[in-house]
Ligand binder design. Structure first.
Ligand code: SF4
Length: 215
């Protein structure tokens, strides 16, 4: 009986196999009677009307406002999360799979460009690359890389990242942003502004649209 009610969540690359009553890795989805349901449905942990540039989306309806609605849950475990009060608001999805056909524009965090770094954060670089390629086919996509000192701040890594993004779309927009001490990395120093600008320049060798953020 227990096995009959086991379910596999199809939403993200983790494909969690859940027993009855068990939460997925994101802590936002749960197996109830053999069906994976969204536990955070209708539970809003952030609601704000923002300038669209704040997302950041720089090349989609500039000058407009965007309603930001968030809930708890995330399928990564970044110790430097800059939104942990939202994503961990109830200790728990970043879900795109199902809603892609209804999405006009999105900003995707590309955390870095090594499998090792993604493994550390509980994710998969290849899965994110596959998602970005798919999303870019029918949606306006901008990418953000938060530069964390000592983690993903080498010129070589940024060079490989920018080269790959250009192979998907040379017009793609990349935001290179500055880390501030947060969450489980509150003891680190903020990223040097010069490092962010230097990596912006590296990315600009391959991409036309590169912006800095939080500087
Ligand atoms: S959305 Fe949550 S439950 Fe579903 S596969 Fe991803 S982490 Fe697991």
């Amino acid at each position: 009986m227990k096995d009959q009610r086991r379910a596999v969540c199809p939403v993200c690359f983790h494909h969690c196999r859940l027993d009855e009553g068990q939460y997925g890795r994101c802590r936002a989805r749960k197996n109830i009677n053999g069906t994976v349901v969204c536990d955070n449905y209708g539970k809003v942990t952030a609601l704000a009307l923002d300038p669209i540039e704040k997302k950041p989306l720089r090349h989609f309806m500039p000058g407009s406002l965007i309603l930001s609605v968030g809930s708890y849950g995330c399928n990564l475990s970044c110790p430097f999360c800059q939104n942990h009060d939202i994503s961990m608001g109830d200790k728990t999805v970043t879900e795109y799979r199902e809603i892609l056909p209804f999405t006009d524009a999105m900003n995707v965090d590309l955390k870095g460009f090594t499998e090792e770094y993604y493994r550390k954060l509980g994710g998969s670089l290849e899965a994110v690359k596959a998602f970005v390629r798919r999303a870019a086919e029918g949606c306006h996509v901008e990418l953000t890389t938060l530069i964390v000192p000592g983690e993903n701040d080498s010129e070589e890594e940024m060079e490989r990242e920018a080269e790959w993004i250009a192979s998907v779309d040379p017009e793609a927009v990349l935001h290179v942003t500055r880390f501030f001490p947060q969450y489980k990395m509150a003891d680190r120093k903020a990223t040097d502004v010069e490092t962010v600008y230097r990596l912006r320049d590296v990315a600009a060798r391959y991409l036309k649209n590169v912006y800095t953020g939080n500087c």
